[in-house]
Design a protein around this ligand. Sequence first.
Ligand SMILES: O=C[C@H](O)[C@H](O)[C@H](O)COP(=O)(O)O
Length: 223
Amino acid sequence: MTQDELKQAVARAAIEYVPSGEIIGVGTGSTANFFIDELGKIKDRIKGAVASSEATAARLKSHGIPVFDLNDVDSMSVYIDGADEIDPKGAMIKGGGAALTREKIVASVANKFVCIADGSKLVDVLGAFPLPVEVIPMAQAAVARKLKTFGGEPRLRMKDGQPLLTDNGCMILDVVGLKITDPAGLEAQINNIPGVVTVGLFAQRGADVGLLGTAEGVKKLTF
Ligand SMILES: O=C[C@H](O)[C@H](O)[C@H](O)COP(=O)(O)O
């Protein structure tokens, strides 16, 4: 099976977690995109969705799925999204697609986080994937100096020769070479650096369910 087929399989499996008549939270990225395409097939069953990025909002709308402003939604049963890495306790690295801040906000309002990913994303220890940190632009050099003290090498994410700007008008530092043995502790420490908007560690609020695509089928993990 190709990686895309594995992503499609978990996207289909996630439909089981979509409650009828409700608004759900929807993540960002290639796996989330496959999920949105599946959601489009059952769109009449749901009231709508809250999007974690402009790209996701556009894709939801292209399927005719109503997109709600988070400020108009008090709670959601479920948030469904991909991950760059997930560990055996459900802690994740996210933000490879630069959507980490809105993803963390929307996920925080949902009762259940369902992580959908191909099986290669399951790791024993987080950190082989560079850890994204969204920063206020005027603070990026100062934050980078602080991040070095954690033992990693921060690199400013670029696009077309310019620093990439997120949906929030901020920049991303990707921290290479971290071996993350205490994800929740590191999440708190990095979030505490002035100028950091969000760190792409989702450990204090990790996944509740993992649907992982493998050649043998979709494996379900509960955390
Ligand atoms: O910012 C992007 C998100 O955190 C994605 O959920 C993550 O990068 C995984 O993306 P993909 O499903 O494309 O591997």
